[in-house]
Design a binder for this molecule. Structure first.
Ligand SMILES: [Cu+2]
Length: 383
């Protein structure tokens, strides 16, 4: 057996016994009666209904306590930070944001905690959204334990680049700095800490989406922000948990409700460190892809799989034709088994409320997902 294979198997065992065992222990304390009934079973069944685990024997078992984390991957799909909006004397829209770096333990798989570095106590950090040409002003405060920066992908001066040794460079603990620039080009971007060693600072959780809407808007759609990320829980330079929006297999446990036939738009970003390539595959359908989101016309048409290297991102658009559950996942089998796999639950209008309720969502989630753009579309709407 070669070294890589041995390591691979070790990582499997870590999940099976490490995470499974922890979930059983944590579950006993947190879930009370239901969990105690499970104590006698070597492979406890989560209290969530709706997922038949016999079909997915490799799945992480149990559920993450989103309330304790303070964030929910399902809400992260639709929650955008538009900043505090005002108008400058020259008529330009000003958006002001507050971002702080802070250390925080987060639960990334049932019973598995990771000592994260966060922006605003969440991983990924707040998803900033604005319109092309807006003035962006971000007060960044470092209340963490290490020097950090904010490095945006977009046009800006060297002083605003958040790179060590350039301009203000690293922002030391208990210090702050205001980054300011105009939002361009429109597209699906991100920001992250650029302190050194870079891959450690990023992988600890210091990254987030930065979406700039084109002035002419995009056609109305149900929009989701999906951050592909991963965690090296034992600091050996390899990831043990892979996910979209931090929590492994969350969207297997809670399939994402969508409506049959509606336009779905995904802002997909890859911030996985240590593995050079990630990918996204959609089952039973094809999508259009806008590389970096910097064009109004797709850069790829009719594909069902795309790959993204580290920090690459893009926009996916598709419609699901028939009711049912459709998987989406990395087409790297190792990643899927370690958490990067989810489901869309496509339903007809009549079943919409039930589909929302099944995964703990309400009309507010529906509204946020369908009214997230900062501008109204100026073109023709396809029926
Ligand atoms: Cu940092």
């Amino acid at each position: 057996m070669n070294a890589k294979l041995t390591q691979f198997i070790t990582r499997r065992n870590f999940l099976r016994f490490g995470v499974g065992g922890a979930a059983t222990l944590a579950g006993a304390g947190l879930l009370g009666k239901a969990a105690q009934a499970q104590d006698t079973s070597p492979m406890p069944t989560p209290s969530h209904a709706g997922v038949d685990h016999s079909q997915h024997p490799g799945m992480l078992v149990g559920a993450v306590d989103h309330e304790r984390n303070g964030f929910d991957p399902m809400q992260m799909l639709v929650d955008w930070d538009y900043g505090v909006v005002s108008t400058l004397p020259n008529g330009q829209t000003l958006r002001e944001y507050n971002i702080y770096a802070a250390d925080m333990d987060i639960e990334i798989a049932p019973g598995l905690f990771f000592p994260a570095w966060t922006f605003n106590n969440r991983v990924p950090g707040p998803s900033l959204r604005c319109t092309e040409g807006d003035r962006i002003r971000i007060l960044f405060t470092n209340v963490g334990s290490h020097p950090h920066t904010l490095h945006f992908h977009g046009f800006h001066t060297a002083e605003m680049d958040g790179t060590p040794g350039i301009g203000r460079g690293e922002i030391q603990v208990a210090e702050n700095f205001t980054y300011e620039f105009d939002a361009e080009p429109f597209g699906c971007h991100h920001y992250h800490c650029h302190a050194l060693p870079l891959k450690r600072h990023i992988h600890k959780g210091l990254y987030a989406a930065f979406v700039i809407d084109p002035k002419v808007g995009r056609p109305p759609a149900r929009e989701f922000m999906m951050m592909m990320n991963a965690f090296d829980t034992n600091f050996d330079g390899e990831n043990e948990i892979y996910a979209v929006n931090t929590v492994g297999h969350e969207f297997m446990r809670r399939p994402i409700p969508v409506k049959v036939g509606e336009l779905i738009r995904i802002y997909l970003i890859n911030m996985v460190e240590f593995d050079p390539i990630n990918s996204f595959h959609l089952h039973a359908h094809f999508f259009d892809y806008y590389d970096h989101g910097t064009t109004l016309e797709p850069t790829l048409r009719m594909v069902d799989t795309i790959m993204q290297a580290q920090a690459q991102r893009g926009i996916l658009e598709f419609r699901l034709r028939w009711p049912g559950k459709y998987m989406f996942h990395a087409h790297v089998t190792e990643f899927t088994e370690l958490g990067w796999m989810g489901l869309f639950n496509a339903v007809e209008e009549a079943d919409w409320q039930a589909a929302l309720a099944e995964v703990g969502l309400d009309e507010e989630w529906d509204r946020k997902g369908t009214q997230s753009s900062t501008v109204e579309y100026q073109g023709e709407v396809e029926s």
